[in-house]
Design a protein around this ligand. Sequence first.
Ligand SMILES: [Zn+2]
Length: 471
Amino acid sequence: MREFGGGGAVPTGIEKGASHLRPPWHRLLAGGRRQRRSYVIGVLALLLVGVAVIFPFTQKVWAISVDGQVVGWAEDKEQVADLGATILKEDGSPPEAAGRVSYSEVPKRQVNLSAEEDLRKELARTLLGLREGYTITVAGEPLVRVASEADAKAVIEGIKDSFNSGPEVEVKDVTLQEEVSFRAEMVKASEIRGIEEAVTYLLRGTDETKEYEVKSGDSLWSIARAHDLRVADLEKANPGLKGYLQPGQKLNLVVPKPYVNVITQEEKTVTEKIPFETQTVKDSTLYTYEKKVRTPGQAGSKQVTYSIVRQNGQVLEQEVINTVVEKEPVTQVVAVGTKKPTIVGTGSYVWPVSRGGTITSRFGRRGSSFHEGVDIAAPTGTPVLAADDGVVVLAGWKGGYGKCIIVEHGNGSATLYGHLSQILVQQGHKVEKGKTIGLVGSTGKSTGPHLHFEIMQSGVKKNPLNYFTHK
Ligand SMILES: [Zn+2]
């Protein structure tokens, strides 16, 4: 108000007028024209000065606040309100957020009006919660916001490192199939992601998470089926998964649709076995039923280097680029006998069932078929004896005979023992007359425990009972 006091020019002017000896009102009414005009000009000048001096103190502008914090000053409240509404609308925020903006009148002289651009930026920053950050774009599409340049770089490194295949692998090259870049810009604080979260999002293409805990008896197939997935999807969602599942293991069920595809080129060197080969040699010092290992085989080993190209951890290509043999395999040499057995049976037979047994079916026609031996019933487990000296030429399952032994006696004769519960000799073994070679049973086509016994002479089945005079 000190400057308002400058209005003291008014009385000064009057005093000047007072130098004439007439009262001013008289001079106004009756004074000369010239004097009256100068008086009017004086008053008008006074008003103009007054307005010029006072106006800045009386003119008001709007201080604009968001959440109580002043963001700028403007003359036109409506224009600011429109600006705020446009910002919210463009962002897709609810229009009610405009209620966070408040206005208060302040004298214009105390503030500097904000430039419209500055006001727009401040409104956007405060209304939308923007801050400085970095936007990561993939193939030009902005996908992820992070807090800093260092974070943006760490995300890209994190993507490249995400499919590390293990210690024996040497990563030669990692490339991203899509162009990934980042730029500084104002971003919404609420959209800023941590490094790990950003990596996961870019590699999976979604924030969705769904896990399954493996239960005993589960297989990849059963889990895939239960969740309407394919096994290949499960493998994609769980890179590095081995076929063997352990109860309690967590499987990711969200099939990735990555924004960024990571191509890794690796080299992997592993030690592999080289299997040995087997060579047979003839040996006239061994019987035809004998075999002897002359040189035991030994597996070799080799260092094999593979070049592997993976996409998101899944093998695309694999080829052997180098092989170094560390140890050659040793071929196994087996001698096979060529000497004919000289064992010749005595020509007389012992009864093949220990403690006799009971004859239940004789040699000859039996209904529409022909019974080619004799059936001797005895309890299961009763010893079965070699009827004469010989060599076992068959010891194993033989169709309806079940577990069966055939012994050749070297003089054109052979005996057969069927339906055994156990075989106690091996093919190629020499057996002596009267030695236990098996146990009575009911294997094969049999209705109860018994020995089916045959005698062959030069390939012809004979009636066994003809060889035993006492029965
Ligand atoms: Zn029989």
